[in-house]
Design a protein around this ligand. Structure first.
Ligand SMILES: CC(C)(COP(=O)(O)OP(=O)(O)OC[C@H]1O[C@@H](n2cnc3c(N)ncnc32)[C@H](O)[C@@H]1OP(=O)(O)O)[C@@H](O)C(=O)NCCC(=O)NCCS
Length: 199
């Protein structure tokens, strides 16, 4: 089956949100790492809010079926307005940035937030290709360099292996937080933050 990868933003990405929400639900249900009930409505609302803040995505399709997605957000500290700085992802970027100090002299940042691949298509390099294409695009769009952050549950060995092979390094920042909006108390994830300098 032929597999296609494409970049989506704005209205094009908005049209895909229901399929992305379905993909998240199917993938999380099949994963031993996410033992929580997800509310599709809450996920859809959260994605809509992130899209309003400029979220983009690289998706993988087999014919018309969505089989993978990687979402990400960008932040340019030189031009970003305070309103945009309030976005959740941007706050995470600022926190990670503090941990690195001012050693890189780069003012553009991105956060890769979610990578999900349909359980039937896992282990075939879909995540790798989506993430490589996302990084290649970021590199092209930021000729003066960009620092990319991401976070992973500390026991999610597959995505951690993928990040290490793409060159990500640990920031040293860890955070424990509630898994999903609407999840019951006590359902927490231990997240570790990673970074990659693209220049
Ligand atoms: C994590 C996930 C996105 C990986 O997608 P994938 O398309 O199967 O990943 P890839 O085939 O590109 O492989 C990624 C890495 O995981 C490793 N991997 C793949 N399948 C594996 C398996 N069954 N067991 C152990 N490692 C495996 C690969 O060796 C690869 O490492 P490499 O890049 O060094 O070669 C997918 O398993 C998934 O959707 N999991 C549930 C959601 C999730 O945990 N998302 C990440 C946090 S948001």
């Amino acid at each position: 089956m032929s597999r296609k990868f494409e970049h989506l933003s704005g209205g094009d990405l908005f049209d895909y949100l229901p399929s992305i929400v379905d993909l998240f639900a199917v993938t999380m249900l099949a994963s031993e790492l996410f033992q929580v009930e997800i509310s599709k409505e809450a996920t859809q609302e959260r994605l809509k809010r992130e899209l309003e803040m400029g979220m983009q995505a690289t998706v993988a399709r087999e014919e018309y079926k969505l089989v993978g997605v990687t979402t990400y957000s960008e932040l340019d500290l030189d031009t970003e307005s305070p309103h945009e700085m309030l976005s959740f992802k941007h706050k995470e970027i600022m926190r990670c940035l503090k941990s690195l100090g001012k050693t890189h002299h780069i003012s553009d940042f991105a956060f890769l937030s979610r990578t999900f691949v349909d359980p039937d298509c896992q282990g075939k390099g879909v995540a790798k290709e989506m993430r490589q294409q996302t990084l290649a695009r970021l590199k092209e769009d930021h000729p003066d360099g960009v620092i990319v952050f991401t976070n992973h549950q500390s026991n999610n060995t597959r995505i951690i292996r993928s990040s290490i092979s793409l060159g990500f390094k640990q920031t040293g920042i860890k955070q424990t937080w509630q898994a999903i909006e609407g999840a019951s108390a006590g359902e927490y994830l231990n997240n570790e933050y990673w970074y990659l300098v693209l220049k």
